[in-house]
Design a binder for this molecule. Structure first.
Ligand code: HEC
Length: 120
């Protein structure tokens, strides 16, 4: 049996219920939309290094080692870390890490840079 469209809409609405935009955020896309958008883009690691410095370095040392407010990312990130898990961490947050206000392209760029720096 196929689920009815009404049921699907109800489930999707329930899943998005806790979505709270950033103050002043005019972008009404939910994090799950943004995850799909970021995953569809090709990241540029050079731009990602800059975006990481601007957005993430306050809590994560860019060399991956030093412990700041957030954990050292090397060796936390390695070749087995998927793009999706990184995109979700950035756009949805995890545990005590708040979700980050970056564009889909910035997110893809940061993920490309994280792989370049910390895989292997
Ligand atoms: C306000 C501080 C803060 C900022 C800014 C921040 N993080 Fe985090 N990050 C954390 C904390 C704290 C954790 C640990 C979360 C937990 O496990 O409770 C974390 C965890 C992570 C993890 C590991 C997730 C896991 O599944 O173990 C990754 C990867 C990560 N951050 C990447 C990033 C990236 C990339 C950015 C920038 C786009 C960023 N963080 C910005 C604080 C921050």
């Amino acid at each position: 049996m196929r689920p009815s469209p009404t049921l699907l809409v109800a489930l999707l609405t329930a899943a998005c219920d806790d979505y709270v935009p950033f103050p002043g955020d005019t972008d009404t896309t939910t994090p799950s939309d943004a995850v799909a958008e970021a995953l569809a883009l090709t990241g540029d690691p050079t731009a990602g290094a800059t975006a990481f410095d601007d957005t993430c370095a306050v809590c994560h040392d860019p060399a991956g080692v030093e412990k700041r407010a957030g954990p050292a990312l090397d060796p936390l990130i390695d070749a087995t870390t998927t793009d999706e898990s990184l995109v979700r961490t950035i756009l949805e947050g995890t545990g005590s890490m708040p979700r980050q206000n970056v564009t889909a392209q910035e997110c893809a760029d940061i993920v490309a840079w994280l792989h370049q720096e910390f895989d292997g």
